[in-house]
Design a protein around this ligand. Structure first.
Ligand code: GDP
Length: 473
């Protein structure tokens, strides 16, 4: 490796060591000081770089503005359980397969593309906000537009509100699909009115959020929904460079018995080609084949295109970012560096870091932020409202509490992931966290505070917040 970097022959380097009385075997490691000595001896100038520099320039290489072209929007469907997310995803997929491909057998790969009036739309095929937040927690933003499904016979429910807060936290625009409009008891107007309380203002209520009445089961107005998505997408002016080296995000990954590690990736910019060397999360590989959701091999995959990638050395995780790199040595180096980092992080996390109110305050303080993000769950709506009002009153010009989400009910996994992505502390008032949530919190190193007296809760937050105030000069 050292010989390669100096553009010297390996045997010369090995001979040099032999002269010093050291016999090197393949796989032996020499320390940095020795390497520097050798390099100088060979007449090279040494520049020491930090280990983390191996990742430099891997992601976020900007597109050349002149090469940017429109790309399809990427849509996630969110909403309360049983409001029809899965039905809607299925109905859209069956009604609008990309032209010329109808009749083929489709398989779930985690995302799919449809066509409406010759324009493509990509749907993330995992309904709900679990996938959405999981990705954000890993630093990836895959979604351009969130479709919020609200059943017209059930109206706004707790997970509707959660979804709204997730989309808002991510800065992703919402389109409301008022579903089950075929049902006699459907009341679309009630949905629109109730959404007002959560600051989702649809057009007929004087706002800018697009809404469409649909029936996933009857297939009513699916085209209108797709047109609304395209309209929103135009406003967002989504663009990418279809010719550069690719970057994107892993949607799903699994170990397939016959095919080895298989990752479904969403290309976000550039063109992914068979033969490309990519790094995805902690893994790397040479792309052996690109396969679409009809099992067909593709010559390439461009922006907003979801494809299965074959040829990785291991399975990355959903939400990991991927990028094409220049050669195998670089890919291997990055992957080894990341795997080592991941092991170190796992050890550190085990020691139980971050997430306590105090640690959060000091983090915020050093970042200069004057907002205190909180996620509040309580037993009844009344007490939550009282808590939110009391916390509101604590706010000053300098520092204030920001409630990223509040709701009645126990603390769930979804709360933990929202807290993780918004860097919020979790407060439970007369409620507890369920088992999955406790495990997730432990994994993420997030502390949950429990209270049963409002005064104590407010007092603690007040004390924590005063730590945020700028010191008097
Ligand atoms: P999810 O939990 O949000 O994914 O909801 P599902 O798609 O599983 O739908 C829940 C139930 O609502 C199922 O029994 C669906 O058949 C039904 N459903 C979904 N969409 C409609 C609709 O437009 N009209 C009617 N009548 N039922 C629907």
């Amino acid at each position: 490796e050292l010989a390669g970097r100096m553009a010297e022959r390996a045997v010369d380097v090995i001979k040099f060591f032999m002269k010093q009385g050291q016999i090197l075997k393949p796989g032996d490691v020499i320390d940095a000081d020795t390497a520097e000595l050798v390099a100088v001896e060979f007449g090279h100038t040494v520049k020491r770089v930090a280990e983390s520099d191996v990742e430099e320039g891997l992601f976020n290489i900007p597109d050349k503005p002149e090469n940017r072209e429109s790309r399809p929007p990427v849509v996630t469907i969110m909403g309360h359980v049983d409001h029809g997310k899965t039905s809607l995803l299925d109905a859209i997929r069956h009604a609008n397969v990309v032209s010329g491909e109808a009749g083929g057998i489709t398989q779930h790969i985690g995302a799919y593309q449809v066509e409406q009036n010759g324009q493509k739309i990509t749907f993330i095929d995992t309904p709900g906000h679990a996938a959405f937040t999981q990705m954000r927690a890993r630093g990836a933003q895959a979604t351009d537009i969130a479709v919020l499904v609200v059943a017209a016979d059930d109206s706004v429910m707790p997970q509707t509100i959660e979804s709204i807060n997730h989309a808002k936290a991510a800065g992703v625009p919402i389109i409301v699909a008022i579903n089950k409009i075929d049902k006699p008891e459907a009341d679309a107007q009630k949905v629109r009115t109730e959404l007002l309380q959560h600051e989702v203002f649809v057009e007929s209520m004087g706002g800018e959020v697009l809404d469409v009445e649909v029936s996933a089961v009857k297939g009513t107005n699916l085209d209108k929904l797709l047109e609304a998505i395209l309209l929103q997408s135009e406003l967002l002016d989504l663009k990418a460079d279809p010719e550069r080296t690719s970057e994107g995000v892993v949607i799903e990954a699994k170990l397939d018995k016959g095919r080895g590690p298989v990752a479904t990736v969403l290309v976000q910019t550039g063109k992914l080609l068979p033969g490309d060397i990519i790094v995805a999360g902690n893994e790397w590989g040479k792309v052996r084949a690109l396969v679409n959701d009809r099992g067909e091999q593709l010559p390439d995959a461009g922006p907003s295109m979801p494809v299965e990638v074959l040829g990785l050395q291991g399975t990355p995780q959903a939400g990991d970012r991927f990028a094409t790199v220049e050669n195998e040595a670089r890919a291997r180096e990055i992957s080894e560096y990341r795997q080592r980092k991941a092991r170190e992080m796992a050890v550190a996390k085990h020691a139980g870091q971050r997430g306590s109110l105090e640690q959060m305050m000091s983090q915020l303080q050093s970042s200069g932020l004057k907002e205190f993000p909180l996620l509040i769950k309580g037993d009844v709506q009344g007490s939550i409202e009282a808590i939110v009002a009391a916390l509101d009153k604590l706010g000053t010009d300098e520092v204030r509490a920001r409630i990223v989400h509040s709701g009645a009910g126990g603390i769930t996994e979804s709360d933990i992931s929202l807290a993780e992505t918004s860097n919020a502390a979790i407060i439970g008032f007369n409620v507890r966290a369920n088992k999955q949530a406790r495990e997730a919190a432990e994994q993420a190193g997030i502390e949950i505070r429990y209270y049963n007296i409002i005064y104590n809760l407010v007092d603690d937050v007040k004390a924590a917040m005063s730590g945020l105030l700028s010191p008097e000069r």
